[in-house]
Design a protein around this ligand. Structure first.
Ligand SMILES: C[S@@+](CC[C@H](N)C(=O)[O-])C[C@H]1O[C@@H](n2cnc3c(N)ncnc32)[C@H](O)[C@@H]1O
Length: 224
């Protein structure tokens, strides 16, 4: 269904109310770019989705996560700042597109989860949820540590300068080491809020990591 900020949050025609509503009810162009990039990487054998554990951060409509599920991901977790967004938008979308397909036997997704909260503390829930799932599916051995997500997807999540450090810490905590990959779609600079892909990549480089440029930039509408 269609929902708007006025019905759900009592704010009219707003893309963002910092700390209250973080833009999840609107479909941002970055998520479409991200789906296109996943699609072409799968087609070109650069990405295998089957059986993978996938996390979509700042999901809103959840299109990239849904796409991952349709392409055979074994586990898909959706995270948004607002529980209202998950309830009114993400979950209905997942039900309509992924669970329906699952019941028809056309999707191999084994597990789907929804998590609301701030990036600075959501790791406790996410890591715990994934660990429980790992136990159920026997993907974790006695000696193995926490498995982490194979693929983290995020579209239009790097707009606010203040939240970039907590987002980066979360990505590092949740990503499978050493083979996990992050697909990020975003704008080089978000006017008025100060963040952008450049600022996020600066954090990554300051941490001594060199992002694979093909993963971080290809397919986006905003070339560097
Ligand atoms: C601009 S919306 C993008 C939504 C969707 N990915 C899209 O492209 O259509 C930003 C998303 O990041 C999430 N987000 C922003 N700041 C956050 C924070 N500090 N903690 C958790 N989630 C946050 C919001 O809930 C929202 O879904």
């Amino acid at each position: 269904g269609r929902v708007n900020t006025s019905d759900v949050f009592g704010v009219k025609n707003s893309d963002l109310v910092p700390g209250k509503y973080e833009g999840g009810l609107k479909l941002w162009e970055g998520s479409l770019d991200l789906v296109k990039t996943l699609n072409s990487d799968i087609k070109d054998d650069r990405l295998l989705m089957e059986g993978k554990h996938v996390l979509e951060l700042g999901c809103g409509h959840g299109l990239p996560g849904i796409y991952a599920g349709l392409k055979g991901a074994g586990l898909v977790h959706f995270q948004d700042f607002n529980a209202e967004v998950l309830r009114c938008l993400t979950i209905p979308n997942v039900k309509a597109n992924l669970l329906k397909k699952s019941s028809q036997g056309t999707s191999t997704s084994r597990s789907i989860g929804f998590y609301a909260g701030d990036w600075s503390e959501i790791d406790k829930l996410l890591l715990c949820g994934d660990a429980v799932q790992d136990k159920i599916t026997n993907l974790r051995t006695e000696n193995e540590g926490y498995r982490g997500y194979d693929i983290i997807l995020m579209a239009e999540t790097v707009y606010a300068l203040d939240s970039l450090p907590s987002l980066y810490r979360l990505v590092k905590k949740c990503l499978h080491y050493p083979s996990g990959v992050v697909y990020m779609a975003g704008k080089k600079h978000y006017f008025g809020v100060g963040g952008g892909t450049r600022q996020f990549l600066r954090l990554v480089r300051e941490d001594g990591k060199e992002p694979a440029s093909c993963m971080w930039r290809r397919g986006l509408n905003y070339p560097s």
